[in-house]
Design a binder for this molecule. Sequence first.
Ligand SMILES: [Fe+2]
Length: 416
Amino acid sequence: MLYNDCMSMLIEFLEYIDSIPSKSLDDFLDRVLSKIRKLTEAEAGTIFMLRGRNPIKWLEPMSIQNDKIILLQKKFKVALKDQSIASYVCQSGRFVVIDDAYQIDKSMPYRFNANFDEESGFKTQSILCFPLINLDGTVIGVVQLINRIKNGKPGIFTRNQVDRLISPINHIVGRAVERAHAVEKIAKKNKRLKERNRQLAEHQKLLEREKARTEEAFQISINLLAVAAELHDEVTGNHILRVNEYSYILAKHLGMDQKFCEEIRYSAQLHDVGKMSVNSAILKKKGALNADERREMDLHTYYGYEILSKNARLRFASEIAYCHHEKWDGTGYPRGLKGEEIPMSARIVQMADIYDALRSERPYKKEYSHNMTYKIIIDGDEKLDSKGHFDPRLIEAFKQCHMDMDRIWKDFLDKQ
Ligand SMILES: [Fe+2]
């Protein structure tokens, strides 16, 4: 083979290696083997990759090609300990050139295994076997070429081919193989990560769905609790729903944060839940309550706190239940809290509750119009001292959103 021919073949080969898209390692190895066989005129060939870790290592055929027979691809391993040619090349890092596989000198450290020929009917003659070397100079695999066919006739592999064709490229091929292997490993890892991410997203969705269901169940439960408490009271219908909505609107106009607004929207309805623990004879008494009865009635604030404060999600509701009868001037009950001592949530629900009570018909009073109710809340009347009752900021908020409260009243009117 002429030097110039060798050079042009090598350049063509290197360009080829460089241009192969790293689709998959198998595909890459198939193409590389095919090109090496073309370079060396080999009838058949195998690329083995070194697998395993010390002390158990083996060679695994990754690409097997044969122009003569149809191969039934079999998964097999070549143990490094055996005396095969590929195993020897892998361990020694040397090139092996054999003219006739059946005439190997017994002094050689390797043997030809004729099993394949016997099973397939193929006839192995010449062999060229060389290692694939990575960047560190470590053997990562072996290329075994079988039967050189020169001008259509059986030939032999030569030292000239080794020196001019194989020696210059086996490092490059080794590195390219290692690179393709690394790319494939990364691709597989990416695929696993993508799948993992997909599963995580799926779990996240499931969790969110479960969370929404739990939240829905929670909202239903507390609504039922509020409805159950109403049955003990003179108040019925949509009172609790309206108090929720008034409280939300007032909280918004006070500039409370969204979490607070959302929380008060479902907590407000529980403000009188403690009435469940008050003697029903007192609750249903038509006439005025005596001092003992009044004391018991006023305890509904404390009972409500006791019921609700045991649950972390209902702590907010428990402070409303406890403090919604406190007054800004400190004349309320049960503890006579004053001004800022009263939680803002309770100050809001108190106004919402009073607005709804004024609008509603009761055994002892008629239903008031919105304008009448507005006037009482802003200026007070003989029964309600507005300035003593309400936080001044709340009165200002009411002035801004009273029309919304009227709309809520109309939207949630009690059925006659
Ligand atoms: Fe109350």
